[in-house]
Design a protein around this ligand. Structure first.
Ligand SMILES: Cc1cc2nc3c(=O)[nH]c(=O)nc-3n(C[C@H](O)[C@H](O)[C@H](O)COP(=O)(O)OP(=O)(O)OC[C@H]3O[C@@H](n4cnc5c(N)ncnc54)[C@H](O)[C@@H]3O)c2cc1C
Length: 392
């Protein structure tokens, strides 16, 4: 019976293994960590956002420049398919108000347990603590608790993740192995990252406070969503979604009242102020929260003369920052294997029989379920193509 090895047990690798095993191939998963799916489980800690329930066009547009190479995979395993797959593993899902889809239980652990059960039923073997180190002749070479081991494979799927949250397994170490094979990789960069801010002492009392219902923009990237202040800067979905703009050198702007226009804000500010301080006036007329007012003053003191200028500032507060937080803290990474190094089967052009999937490919997308969706879709595609390679 032909044998496939899947290296990396995140969502991409597990989906590749499932697809290969369903095609009748004997599969061994090799995972460097002592247990599978560590980043997937971490993703579930804040609510496992599996996919986004939205029409196919905006869904694919979220993948920016990788949109066209990913299109066949996303068409073959779309947002609807992700939801059906989760339900097939006994996990009912719901769609939140912004179209984000979560399992009812929010966590990843019941889904992962059911998934591993399915893989076990399909006869998939799992070797944990098997750290891939490259090839010796035609065999895959691993460091294991019992010393170095090699495995022969008729096809291999690499699903080693990107290069953030390295403690969960995605170290990016694989880059040097592929570079030695002559594959030109795109440099890794933090994606969906927090922004670093050197706050003044005035802001300390606001650490932990959330900015809710605000708008963000940086260059061409625009988002609406929350961020939390911390000693290091700003973190959270709203700011992650535009962090690519900061990485590309654009200014970061905050809209404190995205549902109001400048004239509407100006009119509200024209209400009699009496003896109230300007901060109190902002609170009373516009319902700005203490953290919003503090941020306005932190970033734009002295505030401009004139109510219209203040209204314009409230719609576009410049967030002075010192760039993105370190890559290891980013939710995901850009960079990795460029699509030019792969054929349409996601097989490495220079290493026949070796396929790649998931975050190790050079695409990026904002948070919102796109990341896991694309990992599942590319994992499934690589698994199918690897099965076809073995059994033409
Ligand atoms: C805090 C957090 C929250 C997130 N929330 C969401 C969310 O809600 N929705 C969403 O869509 N995305 C979310 N993500 C992103 C998502 O989890 C990742 O994009 C996804 O897990 C990537 O899947 P992958 O299979 O490509 O790689 P990974 O999940 O990183 O898996 C790669 C595996 O390969 C193993 N490995 C690496 N190198 C080797 C080696 N040399 N030998 C053997 N094994 C190796 C690793 O140990 C790891 O298990 C979140 C990420 C984080 C950090």
């Amino acid at each position: 019976m032909s044998h496939a090895v899947v290296i990396g047990a995140g969502p991409a690798g597990l989906m590749a293994a499932e697809t290969l095993a369903q095609a009748g191939v004997r599969v061994t998963i090799c995972e460097g960590k002592p247990s599978v799916g560590r980043k997937f489980l971490m993703a579930g800690k804040s609510g496992l956002n599996l996919t986004k329930d939205e029409p196919a066009v905006p869904f694919k547009e979220a993948f920016a420049k990788a949109r066209s190479p990913l299109t066949p995979m996303l068409d073959a395993f779309d947002a609807e398919a992700v939801q059906d797959w989760a339900r097939g593993l006994g996990q009912e899902v719901f769609t939140g108000s912004t179209g984000r889809v979560f399992p009812n239980v929010m966590k990843a652990s019941p889904l992962l347990r059911a998934w591993m059960g399915r893989l076990g039923d399909l006869g998939v073997m799992v070797n944990t603590r098997w750290y891939w180190q490259g090839w010796t002749d035609d065999k895959l070479r691993f460091e294991t608790p019992d010393g170095p081991r090699t495995l022969a494979a008729d096809a291999t799927v690499l699903a080693l993740g990107g290069a953030s949250w390295s403690r969960l397994g995605a170290t990016g170490d694989w880059a040097s192995i592929l570079a030695d094979k002559g594959i030109k990789l795109a440099p890794f960069a933090g994606s969906n990252a927090g922004v670093q801010v050197a706050w003044s002492d005035h802001m300390t009392k606001h650490f932990g406070a959330a900015l809710k219902g605000v708008g963000w923009s940086s260059g061409p990237y625009v988002s609406r969503g929350e961020a939390t202040l911390s000693a290091r800067g700003l973190e959270g979905g709203g700011v992650y979604s535009v962090s690519r703009g900061v990485r590309e050198g654009h200014d970061l702007m905050l809209d404190l009242l995205p549902d109001m226009t400048v004239p509407q804000i100006t009119t509200k500010l024209q209400a009699p102020r009496g003896k109230a301080s300007f901060a109190n006036h902002l609170r009373k007329t516009l319902r700005l929260t203490p953290v919003q007012i503090a941020l306005l003053q932190e970033m734009a003191r002295p505030l401009p003369e004139g109510l219209r200028a203040t209204a314009r500032l409230i719609k576009a507060v410049p967030i002075n920052n010192t760039g993105l937080r370190p890559m290891d803290e980013a939710i995901s990474t850009a960079g990795g294997i460029p699509f030019a190094a792969l054929n349409e089967s996601l097989m490495l052009r220079d290493v026949p029989g070796v396929f790649a999937a998931g975050e190790m490919l050079d695409w990026e997308a904002p948070t919102g379920g796109y990341l896991i969706s694309a990992c599942l879709a590319t994992g499934r595609w690589a698994g199918q193509q690897a099965a076809n390679w073995i059994k033409p």
